[in-house]
Design a protein around this ligand. Structure first.
Ligand SMILES: NC(=O)c1ccc[n+]([C@@H]2O[C@H](COP(=O)([O-])OP(=O)(O)OC[C@H]3O[C@@H](n4cnc5c(N)ncnc54)[C@H](OP(=O)(O)O)[C@@H]3O)[C@@H](O)[C@H]2O)c1
Length: 328
C-alpha cells in the first residue's frame, strides 16, 4: 500500500490538483483544511480532511501524525486584503511551524513549495537554481524567508527535504490569470512597456507531475529544483496566444511603464493606512517590467521532469475551462 501523504493548500489551485492526482495514484491522502466548506470536492473524492492552520502548530502536529511525506503547498499568495504580517505569518512562520511539527512527528520527507519569485528579476536570463535571491516585493520576501527555513531544515538532516520553485502556474482551476484573459477578451488590455519581457509559465498537470517526482525520487532529496515549462515567451507572445484562445485580436496600444509603476507606488502609500487594497500596486506592474526566464535542466536531468504541454494548448484549455465555468 502507498504511504500516507499530507497536502497543505489542497483547497487552492495547485494543492487541489496535486491532492486529486496523488489520490488517483493510490496514495492515502490527507488534506490540511481551514474551512471544510471549501473542501467538498476533496471529500467527495475520498480524501481525508483535517482541520488546521499554518499559524497553529498544535493543529499541524495532529495533521502530521502518521504521515510519510508532506507536500507543503499552502501559502498566502493573493495580495487583496492581506497585510505584510499576514504574508509572513503564513509564508515564513507557517513554514517553521510545519517543519517543527514534521520533525516532532517523524515525517520522512518534506516537499516545500517555493517560487521562482525568490529570484525577483533575472538580470541575465535565463536563470537557474543558483541565480541569487532578489525578491522584489513582500510576497516574494516572505516566500524567500520560508525557503531559507526549508534550507535550514534540509541542512540539519533531521528529515529529507526537497524544495521546488514553480513558474507562473496556469490551467483549469486557476483564477489568477482570469483577469488577463477577461481584459484581452473585452479588448481592454493595454501593454505597458515594450512587451518584450520574458515570462515562463507552467501548466498545472506538468507541474503536478514534477511535484510528485520531488516527493518520490531518491535523487531529489537535499535539492532545489525550478519547475516550469520548457520555453520562456515574451509578454507579447503570451497576450497574442491568449487573444487567439478567446477569439480576439490583440490591441496594438502600448504605453510607457514607469508612470504606471509610480502610480502603483502612490496608490500603495495612500491605501495602506486605511487598510484598503490598492487598485494598482508595484507587484502588478512588475508583470510588465521584469524578466522571469529559467532553465530547467537540473529537474530534467535528475528527476526526469518533462513538461509536455505547449503554451498554445495549455492556454486554449484554460480559456475553455473559464468559458465552461461561465467566467469568461
Ligand atoms: N500560482 C502561481 O502562479 C504560483 C507561482 C509560483 C509559486 N506559487 C506557490 O504555489 C503555491 C500554491 O499557489 P496557488 O496559486 O495554488 O495558491 P492558492 O490557490 O491561492 O491556494 C493557497 C492555499 O493555501 C491555503 N492557505 C493559505 N493560508 C493558510 C493558512 N494560514 N493555513 C492553512 N492553509 C492556508 C489556502 O487555504 P484557503 O482555501 O483556506 O484560503 C489555499 O488552500 C503557493 O505556495 C505559492 O506561493 C504559485
Amino acid at each position: 500500500m502507498k504511504p500516507l501523504v499530507l497536502v497543505t493548500g489542497a483547497t487552492g489551485f495547485t494543492g487541489g490538483h496535486l491532492a486529486h492526482e496523488l489520490n488517483k495514484q493510490g496514495y492515502q491522502v490527507r488534506a490540511l483544511v481551514r474551512d471544510f466548506s471549501r473542501a467538498k470536492d476533496l471529500e467527495a473524492a475520498g480524501i481525508q480532511l483535517i482541520k488546521g492552520d499554518l499559524r497553529d502548530k498544535a493543529s499541524l502536529q495532529a495533521a502530521l501524525e502518521g504521515v510519510h511525506t508532506v507536500y507543503h503547498i499552502a501559502a498566502l499568495f493573493r495580495p487583496e486584503n492581506v497585510t505584510e504580517q499576514d504574508m509572513w505569518d503564513a509564508n515564513a512562520h507557517g513554514v517553521r511551524n510545519m517543519f517543527e511539527a514534521a520533525v516532532e512527528t517523524n515525517v520522512q520527507r518534506f516537499v516545500h513549495c517555493s517560487t521562482i519569485g525568490v529570484h525577483g528579476e533575472v538580470k541575465n536570463p535565463p536563470g537557474d537554481e543558483d541565480t541569487p535571491y532578489g525578491p522584489g516585493d513582500y510576497y516574494q520576501e516572505s516566500k524567500t524567508d520560508g525557503e531559507r527555513i526549508a534550507i535550514e531544515y534540509m541542512e540539519s538532516g533531521k528529515l529529507d527535504v526537497v524544495i521546488f520553485r514553480p513558474g507562473g502556474i496556469y490551467g483549469p482551476g486557476d483564477d489568477r490569470f482570469l483577469k488577463l484573459f477577461k481584459t484581452i477578451k473585452k479588448k481592454r488590455f493595454i501593454m505597458f512597456g515594450s512587451g518584450k519581457v520574458l515570462y515562463q509559465l507552467v501548466y498545472i498537470e506538468d507541474l503536478v507531475r514534477g511535484i510528485i517526482l520531488c516527493g518520490t525520487k531518491d535523487e531529489a532529496v537535499g535539492n532545489i529544483y525550478i519547475l516550469t515549462g520548457k520555453r520562456y515567451i515574451t509578454l507579447n507572445e503570451m497576450v497574442a496566444t491568449i487573444a487567439e484562445a478567446v477569439g480576439e485580436r490583440p490591441r496594438r496600444l502600448k504605453l510607457p511603464v514607469m508612470p504606471l509603476y509610480w502610480a502603483g507606488y502612490a496608490c500603495e502609500l495612500i491605501c495602506k493606512p486605511f487598510g484598503i487594497s490598492p487598485p494598482i500596486y508595484r507587484r502588478r506592474v512588475d508583470f510588465f517590467r521584469k524578466d522571469r526566464a529559467f532553465k530547467i535542466d537540473k529537474a530534467q536531468r535528475e528527476l526526469g521532469f518533462d513538461p509536455i504541454v505547449k503554451e498554445r494548448d495549455g492556454i486554449q484549455q484554460t480559456a475553455e475551462w473559464y468559458k465552461q465555468m461561465g467566467l469568461l
